[in-house]
Design a binder for this molecule. Structure first.
Ligand SMILES: [Fe+2]
Length: 241
C-alpha cells in the first residue's frame, strides 16, 4: 500500500515527537502492509511555518535513520497545506511541495479547517485547477460542515477535487458519525484515496492495514486495491516525470 499523508517527520508539527517514535511509526507502517510513505508535515501559516527547506532537512534525517534500520519502506516528502489567502503567492514563488502527479498535474494536499468549509473555497479551487494544479482534499469526512451537510462531498468532487479519506475514519477511530460518513462515501464511490494521516505510534498510528480489510469486506478487493495502492501509487510514481 502507498500512504500519501503522514506526520512522521519528528519535531516539525503536531506529529511525531522524536526520531524513536518515527522509527516505530515506520515499523508499524511496514507491518500494516505499507511500502511507501509520503511525509506531509503541516504547512499552516502562523501555526506550523514549515518551508520546503525545513521539511527536506527533517526528511533527510528521517530517511537516513530508516535506511539504517533496513526497513522495506520508501519515503518521499511533500506537505499538507492549510487553506490560506497566501496560497497563490506561494504557488508563484514555487514554495509549495507536491505529493506527486495525477494526469500530468502536480497534486497539492490541501487541508480545510476542521470546523468549517471556508467561504470562497470554490474560487480558490477553480483558480488552482485553472493554474494546472490538482487539489487533493484530506479527510473531508472529519470536517464539521461536511458532516452536517454531506452534499458538500459531491460539491467538492464536482469542482474537480480528489478526496482522501483517513484510514482511522473507516475503522471508527474518530467516532460513529465520521465512520458512517466515510462508509457512505465509499459505498457511493466518492473516495479516491485512503491514507493514514498518522501522527504518532499510539493515539494516531497507521490504520491502513485494518482499514484495507474493512473496505475489502464491505465492497471488494478490487476497490480496496484501487484506493489503498493503485491510485496513490500512480500519483507517487509520477512525481519524477
Ligand atoms: Fe494530516
Amino acid at each position: 500500500m502507498i500512504d500519501v499523508h503522514s506526520h512522521i517527520i519528528p519535531g516539525i508539527d503536531d506529529g511525531s515527537r522524536s526520531m524513536e517514535m518515527s522509527l516505530t511509526m515506520a515499523r508499524q507502517s511496514v507491518d500494516a502492509g505499507v511500502t511507501h510513505v509520503v511525509c506531509t508535515p503541516h504547512i499552516h501559516w502562523g501555526v506550523f511555518d514549515n518551508t520546503r527547506a525545513d521539511i527536506e532537512d527533517g526528511f533527510n534525517k528521517l530517511n537516513d535513520a530508516v535506511a539504517k534500520e533496513n526497513l522495506p519502506l520508501t519515503l518521499s516528502w511533500a506537505g499538507e497545506v492549510r487553506i490560506k489567502e497566501i496560497i497563490p503567492q506561494w504557488l508563484a514563488e514555487n514554495a509549495l511541495p507536491f505529493v506527486g502527479k495525477w494526469k500530468g498535474k502536480p497534486v497539492l494536499l490541501l487541508e480545510m479547517p476542521h470546523s468549517h468549509v471556508p467561504a470562497g473555497l470554490d474560487q480558490l479551487l477553480r483558480w488552482l485547477i485553472a493554474s494546472g494544479i490538482q487539489p487533493l482534499i484530506p479527510h473531508p469526512e472529519r470536517n464539521r460542515d461536511v458532516l452536517n451537510t454531506p452534499d458538500k462531498i459531491q460539491w467538492l468532487r464536482n469542482l474537480g477535487c480528489l478526496l482522501q479519506v483517513t484510514a482511522g475514519a473507516i475503522t471508527g477511530r474518530f467516532g460513529d458519525k465520521v465512520q458512517a460518513l466515510s462508509a457512505k462515501m465509499i459505498d457511493a464511490d466518492q473516495v479516491d484515496i485512503v491514507a493514514s494521516d498518522m501522527h504518532d505510534d499510539v493515539r494516531r498510528p497507521n490504520d491502513m492495514g485494518e482499514a484495507y480489510t474493512v473496505v475489502k469486506q464491505r465492497i471488494s478487493k478490487e476497490r480496496a486495491d484501487k484506493l489503498f495502492t493503485q491510485t496513490p501509487g500512480k500519483i507517487v510514481a509520477a512525481q519524477s516525470e
